[in-house]
Design a protein around this ligand. Structure first.
Ligand SMILES: Cc1cc2nc3c(=O)[nH]c(=O)nc-3n(C[C@H](O)[C@H](O)[C@H](O)COP(=O)(O)OP(=O)(O)OC[C@H]3O[C@@H](n4cnc5c(N)ncnc54)[C@H](O)[C@@H]3O)c2cc1C
Length: 460
């Protein structure tokens, strides 16, 4: 199969995203490619990387997915229900409880700030508060309560802090490998000081290209905007019942299979974790708003610093929460039990859905309803480091429009960091499939996905 390449601009007007789009069209086989070093894997001409590492959030018992999303027919106010205290004893926080920026680092931090305000409004002097989970939400609550001289103990199931932000440090890599959240959008209104103070690489110059500033360099550079999505979502607001985003597009005469639109939808899936046929058109995820910056700091160190004023217990999964008028009792995986006045629960929605924690008595119906109504989406990422680049494009985001490759979106860090690092991002059901693969098969899937981006004449 021969790959043809073309570049499109995704996004509207001056906020257009320059992406390398490739589509696969059956053509006669080209002349075989000369062997590369190191040797290619049998199924692809893409050389094996010098190092690779990937995430498996979908199968991780302490996340059970990547980010929450709003399912068809579910109200966005469902998240607010979840954020309400239960009998003044249990407080929920975490990205899934944030109605403004769910599924993001900003949402997680904001939810932690809100929960801290609620706890402070309820707690009396000298009370002991427990926080379950040392991700961004848990660390934020703990920092805010500790600042107010409230005694806080944080229980974290993993042997590290950060949760769904995970910067893996490895001497073989030139920068922290970000296996969870690390990309920031460009909305200054939603910015959080913690995130804005971090060291970032400016992906904007490479990702965002204004057609006016940087005219098409290739004959086949086409603009693709959010217009069809906006039109479909606006029309869906008047539908008698909620439908999926895909259905809203079809109803308004758009073709979700059309390459530019397919690229936008796939990009949306890598940021929302949900396929377009499962997300609500009434309460859709934020429309493609490509990353402007990538965090290159060690996020674990940042979270650790936020937790300085709290007592932190790692490798301590909470398995049961019993609550009544007198207080809250936590049972840990070790069998040990401990009591507090109030508890803030920041575990991911996926953990609550899979009943990773038993509640006694069971949570009131509105909470169980909210937990089961929201969806848990899937995002996985794979980082590949090369000694020499095999690619010949300066484009920073690459996206394959069609074909059956598992990973369609790649970030090329070479232009912005000078390092030969490619980051694959996959969302939705494809991410679940990727997470279930054995290590060797996952690497083959990643490399065959990159086949589409080999310089012309090097595909088979
Ligand atoms: C692959 C991926 C890419 C992402 N990309 C971006 C991005 O580019 N930009 C962005 O803004 N956001 C992104 N996100 C989303 C962002 O990372 C999350 O929204 C955010 O980190 C969630 O923080 P949290 O504190 O709500 O949850 P978490 O970070 O999940 O924290 C919850 C903590 O609870 C712990 N826990 C679970 N069960 C138990 C238990 N039983 N007992 C004790 N502890 C428990 C977990 O181990 C975890 O540490 C991405 C997420 C993923 C997975």
């Amino acid at each position: 199969m021969r790959m043809t390449r073309r570049e499109l601009l995704i996004g509207a007007g001056a906020g257009a995203l320059g992406v390398l789009l490739v589509s696969c069209t059956p053509e006669p086989k080209p002349t075989p490619t000369p062997t590369r070093t190191p040797s290619p894997l049998p199924t692809t001409n893409v050389p094996a990387p010098a190092a690779s590492i990937r995430s498996t959030w979908s199968t991780d018992p302490f996340s059970r997915g990547a980010v929450s999303y709003t399912r068809i027919g579910v109200q966005s106010a469902t998240r607010e229900t979840l954020a309400e205290p239960v009998e003044g004893r249990l407080f929920f926080a975490g990205e899934a409880t944030d109605a403004e920026n769910p599924g993001t680092m900003r949402g997680a931090i904001h939810s932690g700030e809100s929960a801290a305000v609620r706890v402070r409004a309820t707690a009396g002097p000298g009370e002991r508060i427990a926080v379950i989970g040392a991700g961004l939400a848990g660390a934020t609550v703990a920092a805010k309560l500790a600042d107010a001289d409230i005694e806080v103990t944080v229980f974290e199931a993993r042997d590290r802090v950060g949760g769904r932000v995970h910067s893996q440090l490895d001497d073989d890599w030139p920068m922290p490998i970000q296996l969870g959240g690390w990309l920031l959008g460009d909305d200054p209104k939603s910015s959080r000081p913690i995130l804005d103070s971090l060291e970032t690489v400016d992906l904007a110059s490479a990702l965002w290209r204004s057609p006016a500033e940087e005219p098409a360099q290739e004959d086949d550079l086409d603009p693709v905007g959010n217009a069809p999505l906006e039109k479909a979502l606006a029309a869906a607001q008047a539908f008698p019942a909620d439908v999926s985003l895909s259905e809203a597009l079809t109803e308004t005469g758009a073709d979700p299979e059309e390459p530019g639109l397919a690229a936008l939808l796939a990009y949306l899936t890598t940021t929302s974790g949900a396929d377009a046929d499962t997300v609500s058109a009434w309460f859709p995820p934020a429309l493609p708003n490509p990353a402007k910056a990538g965090i290159v700091s060690d996020l674990g160190a940042v979270v650790q610093e936020m937790l300085e004023g709290a007592q932190l217990t790692l490798s301590s999964a909470v398995t049961r929460i019993a609550y009544d008028d007198a207080g809250v009792s936590l049972r840990l995986g070790t069998g040990e039990s401990t009591s507090f006045d109030r508890v803030v629960i920041t575990v991911p929605l996926g953990v609550l859905q899979r009943e990773g924690i038993e509640f006694a008595p069971p949570l009131p119906f509105p909470y169980r309803g909210a937990i089961n109504a929201l969806g848990m989406g899937h995002i996985e990422t794979v980082w590949l480091r090369y000694d020499e680049p095999f690619w010949d494009t300066e484009a920073t985001i690459w996206h394959a429009v069609d074909g059956d490759q598992l990973i369609r979106t790649w970030i090329n860090l070479l232009p912005v960091t000078g390092e030969n690092v490619l980051v694959g991002i996959v969302g939705g059901t494809a991410a679940e499939k990727f997470a279930e693969l054995e290590e060797d098969d996952a690497l083959v899937a990643a490399l065959t996905s990159l086949d589409a981006f080999l310089p012309s004449g090097e595909t088979d």
